[in-house]
Structures are given as structure tokens and as C-alpha cells.
Design a binder for this molecule. Structure first.
Ligand code: FEO
Length: 160
């Protein structure tokens, strides 16, 4: 594997761990305002991010490649309401999607077909994740944050 791809994949592992940290912080925010369904939803997203990191980690090991450990940034937690949190999650997923595309482009230029194969899964996953957060945000917007409706949504998420 070319160094460039190794570096990009190791950076992506770090970004996936950061994503887990960010979604766990979002879960904490919802727990603190007693929106337990939303808290549970975000906690599940955090767990999925750890699985994404693991997927890349396993791939690097399989190719006998070096794993490098980097500092995980602290997430910015200045949210003021549920919509604000979902906006943050959507923006973050768009950023992650761009990063995946960057690696894809580099792997394509270097004819690294195995990495392209790995990234195909991530491209599909990013579509799903962006859509999941977008739908939830639009539901919140549609109800204009009526607290009673948010409570209903919170209970529904708690059942998932
Ligand atoms: Fe692993 Fe939500 O990006």
C-alpha cells in the first residue's frame, strides 16, 4: 500500500473515533435534558462509528499495514436545542463523506483496488447516515419543535 493511502486510512480511523466521541457527547446532551429516546439514538450512532473505525483497522491489519494512533479532538458541545444537535450531526456526516471521497480519489489514482473495495461500503454507509439525520431533523422542523410532539418522537426513538 502506498504511504499516502496508509496515512489517509489512519486519519480516517481517527475521524471515526472522533465521530463516536461527538455522538456520545450529543447523547449526553439529550440525557441531560431528559430526552432519553434521542439520547439512545445518538448512543447507537456512537457505537456504529466505533464499528467504522474497526472496519478500517481490520483492513489495515489484513494488509499487514502500519496502524498509527493520533490524538482524538474534544467535540464542541455548545448546542441549544434538538435541531441544533441534528444540524451538527448532518454537517459532520457531510464532512466525513468528503473525507471518504478524498481517499477514494487517491486510491483510484494509485490503482489500489482493494482499498476502493473497502471504500465502496463506506460510500453507501455515508448515504444512509446523512439521510438518517436529515429525516430526523426534518421531522423536528415539521413540528416546529412543539414540545409535546418532540416528546412523542422521543418515546418512539426510545422503542427502537
Ligand atoms: Fe462513520 Fe457516520 O461516519
Amino acid at each position: 500500500m502506498e504511504n499516502k493511502i496508509n496515512n489517509l486510512l489512519n486519519a480516517q480511523i481517527n475521524l471515526e473515533f472522533f465521530s463516536a466521541y461527538l455522538y456520545l457527547a450529543m447523547s449526553t446532551y439529550f440525557s441531560e435534558i431528559n430526552m432519553d429516546g434521542f439520547a439512545k439514538f445518538m448512543k447507537k450512532q456512537a457505537k456504529e462509528e466505533l464499528e467504522h473505525a474497526q472496519r478500517i483497522y481490520d483492513y489495515l491489519l489484513l494488509r499487514n499495514e502500519k496502524i498509527t494512533y493520533q490524538r482524538i479532538e474534544a467535540p464542541d458541545t455548545n448546542w441549544t436545542n434538538a435541531k441544533d444537535v441534528l444540524d451538527g450531526a448532518i454537517e459532520h456526516e457531510k464532512f466525513v463523506s468528503e473525507k471518504i471521497k478524498e481517499i477514494y480519489k487517491a486510491a483510484d489514482e494509485l490503482d489500489d483496488y482493494a482499498t476502493l473495495n473497502l471504500l465502496d461500503w463506506f460510500i453507501d454507509e455515508q448515504l444512509e447516515e446523512e439521510e438518517k439525520f436529515r429525516v430526523l431533523k426534518e421531522k423536528i422542523q415539521a413540528f416546529d419543535e412543539c414540545s409535546c410532539t418532540l416528546e412523542v418522537m422521543d418515546r418512539e426513538l426510545d422503542k427502537e
